[in-house]
Design a protein around this ligand. Structure first.
Ligand SMILES: Nc1ncnc2c1ncn2[C@@H]1O[C@H](COP(=O)(O)OP(=O)(O)OP(=O)(O)O)[C@@H](O)[C@H]1O
Ligand SMILES: [Mg+2]
Length: 241
């Protein structure tokens, strides 16, 4: 392989002679919606039925992206401008697309990404009020226009997501700069996500993520399977979980 994967761990392998084009699935939603948890469980299920899968995340997913992630999440960077923030996210994304996602897709791997370009539109655009058209152009440049085949929006009221995060943080998980934003900001982000989903219904699926984790995972699983089938990706063990 011509690249090394960091964070993007290969957790499955398929023997089937499927198309040599993978599927690109992204998970979006506010903090505490369950993106990381659900994406991990979906990755496990997909590899469990014989698919080659990588799970990666934004910002990060490459050595350069991880250094950028550190800058973005550091407590002491409270004076970061929205413009600097969007360019840093975009830099991390540009690296991830070219170093990890495109090569994996070319090998027929299913790529699951925990946040992607839509996070920029929702957070920096709808949340912080930057020009969404400009953000789309920056994002198209950063991603080389690579768009997901399926984007799952885990939709929860901000209060629910933040409460989950707070609980997780008390249990010893990371607590970062982005968590201390005001509630109104998160309401705008949520509305932004829903607007994006409405604009492009063929790509987006909105899942009510306020319910129990197991039901959320099951619902997302059905959506992922339907999307892979629609794409013509041969599914091993379609009837299995
Ligand atoms: N449906 C659910 N019901 C109850 N708890 C949940 C549910 N989904 C996730 N959680 C819990 O909420 C916390 C946050 O979940 P997770 O880290 O997956 O969210 P996230 O969307 O990745 O958040 P962030 O944007 O902050 O990374 C975790 O402790 C997780 O176990
Ligand atoms: Mg997460």
């Amino acid at each position: 392989m011509g690249h090394t994967r960091y964070h993007a761990v290969t957790i499955g392998w398929t023997q089937e002679e499927g198309r040599q084009v993978g599927a690109f699935i992204t998970f979006e939603g506010p903090e505490g919606a369950g993106k990381s948890t659900v994406a991990r469980r979906i990755a496990t299920r997909l590899s469990g039925i014989g698919h080659r899968v990588i799970l990666t995340r934004e910002p990060g997913g490459t050595p350069i992206g991880d250094q950028i992630r550190h800058i973005l999440l550091a407590h002491h960077n409270v004076d970061m401008t929205p413009e600097a923030e969007i360019l840093l996210f975009s830099a991390s994304r540009a690296q991830l697309v070219r170093q990890v996602i495109r090569p994996a897709l070319a090998e027929g791997t299913i790529v699951l990404c925990d946040r992607y370009a839509d996070s920029t539109l929702a957070y920096q655009g709808y949340g912080r009020g930057l020009d969404v058209h400009l953000l789309r152009r920056i994002t198209a440049f950063a991603t080389d226009d690579l768009r997901p085949d399926l984007t799952v929006l885990l939709d929860v009221p901000p209060e629910v997501g933040l409460a989950r995060r707070r609980q997780a943080s008390q249990a010893g998980k990371e607590w970062n700069r982005l968590d201390s934003e005001e509630l109104d900001f998160y309401r705008r982000v949520r509305a932004g996500y829903l607007a994006l989903a409405q604009e492009e219904p063929a790509r987006w699926r909105v899942v009510d993520a306020a319910g129990p984790l197991d039901s959320v995972v099951d619902e997302v699983w059905q959506l992922v399977r339907a999307s892979l089938q629609a794409q013509g990706l041969k599914l091993a063990g379609v009837t299995g979980r």
